[in-house]
Design a protein around this ligand. Structure first.
Ligand SMILES: [Zn+2]
Length: 123
C-alpha cells in the first residue's frame, strides 16, 4: 500500500492505494485536473474565442436593428475588438473582409464597415 495525495489541485485528498500509477482519487478528480490544465495552457485561445463570440453578438445585434454600415469607432464603442481579427476571408488593396459567424465584415475604411450575410453554402 502506498499513500499519495490526489494530483487534482482542488482536491489533494490522501489516497491509500496499491496501484502505483494512480494519481487521482476518482474519474471526477482526473477530469477536473485535466480541465484546469487545459484552462491554463489554452487560456489565450479561450479568451480569443470569447472575444470573437462577443464580436459575433455585436454584429448580430446591428443586423437585428437593420444596420449594415457602421464605422470602426462605433463598433469599438459597442465593445467590438478588432485585435482578434483572424486571417481575412478576403483581402485586396481596397478592403479586407473578416468573417464573424455567418456574417462578413468588410472594412472599407476607418469610417465605413459593411456587414453582410455570408451565404451558408460557402465555406
Ligand atoms: Zn481527488
Amino acid at each position: 500500500m502506498i499513500k499519495i495525495n490526489c494530483c487534482n489541485q482542488r482536491c489533494g485528498k490522501l489516497i491509500i492505494t496499491d496501484d502505483s500509477r494512480k494519481k487521482y482519487c476518482n474519474k471526477r478528480c482526473n477530469n477536473q485536473a485535466n480541465y484546469i490544465y487545459k484552462l491554463k495552457v489554452n487560456k489565450w485561445e479561450i479568451d480569443l474565442i470569447k472575444t470573437r463570440n462577443k464580436n459575433i453578438k455585436i454584429i448580430e445585434y446591428l443586423v437585428n436593428k437593420n444596420i449594415f454600415f457602421v464605422s470602426k469607432n462605433e463598433l469599438k464603442i459597442l465593445g467590438f475588438d478588432f485585435e482578434v481579427s483572424n486571417i481575412p476571408l478576403f483581402s485586396d488593396k481596397e478592403y479586407k473582409v473578416f468573417r464573424y459567424g455567418n456574417y462578413g465584415l468588410k472594412i472599407i475604411s476607418q469610417s465605413v464597415c459593411e456587414i453582410f450575410l455570408i451565404n451558408k453554402d460557402e465555406k
